[in-house]
Design a binder for this molecule. Structure first.
Ligand SMILES: NC(=O)c1ccc[n+]([C@@H]2O[C@H](COP(=O)([O-])OP(=O)(O)OC[C@H]3O[C@@H](n4cnc5c(N)ncnc54)[C@H](O)[C@@H]3O)[C@@H](O)[C@H]2O)c1
Length: 269
């Protein structure tokens, strides 16, 4: 079981729903947390909340899609909080709309935030973890990284890329003998953070609460578990994909998965 006490963690998108909840869960374990967010004011406000509770936290305004800003930010974190042991690649964006109505700039924005930033941050912090043979990378993907969802074509492709990146990188780490560096891939269905305000989660996939999910993420890091798939229905996705296509399509329709981005907001708690 990994002891997080005194470890330094960087959380991208740390001022947002799941990012802040994970920062809080890590800080409760005694980790020093750096909240990186494009909204620097909110990141510093959230860090102040943690400090007011006796935790070590600092917020920075930083655009994680800019590799040189990431490298500069890493130097600042290391100067102020020490070498980074945990990287939580969490920043993410989504915009509603089918693929053909999504502008070129929006496609680039989602790919830049949802996957390219994961490359820049991982490239920046992983060499230090390998050199120390100690550390952990959290990759926040999505259930939409395991299964295509209508109305999420670009978002879902970016999250499939996160899963492919993380699985490949884990095997590269194994091959390099970096046994002390762990990886956790997080694939949640809808989380109650406001990212998908008008959606109606499919049957048997209730809205997830960010704090409860963050606790599961931190438990998985401590136990060096590769996957967090929540709620339980998400674990069945590989089985659904193995079914004949007509049966899989019928199940997606029966559960409302194919209408999850169009349903009435009234089912949201
Ligand atoms: N909300 C959901 O239903 C859901 C489901 C599955 C996965 N996820 C994933 O969980 C992660 C967290 O999402 P959330 O639900 O907490 O949303 P959120 O909008 O509350 O948080 C995302 C944070 O990322 C920050 N951010 C955006 N662009 C950035 C940039 N260029 N540089 C730095 N920070 C940037 C935002 O300012 C925001 O604080 C995302 O990767 C998201 O795709 C969310």
């Amino acid at each position: 079981m990994l002891d997080l006490n005194g470890k330094t963690a960087v959380i991208t998108g740390g001022a947002g729903g799941l990012g802040f909840a994970t920062a809080l869960a890590l800080a409760r374990e005694g980790a020093k947390v750096a909240l990186w967010d494009i909204n620097g004011e909110k990141a510093e406000e959230k860090a102040a909340v943690l400090r007011a509770n006796g935790m070590t936290a600092k917020g920075w305004g930083l655009d994680v899609t800019d590799p040189s800003a990431v490298r500069e930010g890493a130097l600042q974190v290391e100067r102020e909080l020490g070498p980074v042991d945990i990287l939580d690649n969490n920043a993410g964006v989504h915009a509603p709309g089918d693929f053909l109505t999504t502008s070129d700039d929006e496609i680039k924005r989602q790919m830049d935030v949802n996957i390219n930033s994961y490359y820049w941050c991982t490239k920046t912090f992983l060499p230090g973890m390998i050199a120390r043979n100690s550390g952990h990378v959290i990759m926040i993907a999505s259930a939409a990284g395991l299964l295509g969802v209508p109305g999420m074509a670009v978002y879902s492709s970016s999250k499939h890329a996160v899963v492919g990146f993380a699985e490949s990188l884990r095997l590269e780490l194994r091959r390099a003998g970096a046994k002390g560096v762990g990886m956790t891939i997080v694939c949640p269905s809808f989380i109650d953070t406001g990212m998908f305000p008008d959606s109606t989660p499919p049957l048997f996939t209730p809205w997830l609460k960010p704090d409860a999910l963050a606790d599961k993420v931190v438990a998985a890091v401590k136990a060096d578990r590769l996957y967090v798939r929540e709620p339980g229905m998400v674990k069945l996705i590989p089985l659904v994909k193995a079914l004949p296509r007509a049966v899989g399509d019928a199940l997606c329709s029966l559960t409302g998965m194919d209408r999850s981005l169009k349903g009435p907001a009234s089912r949201k708690p």
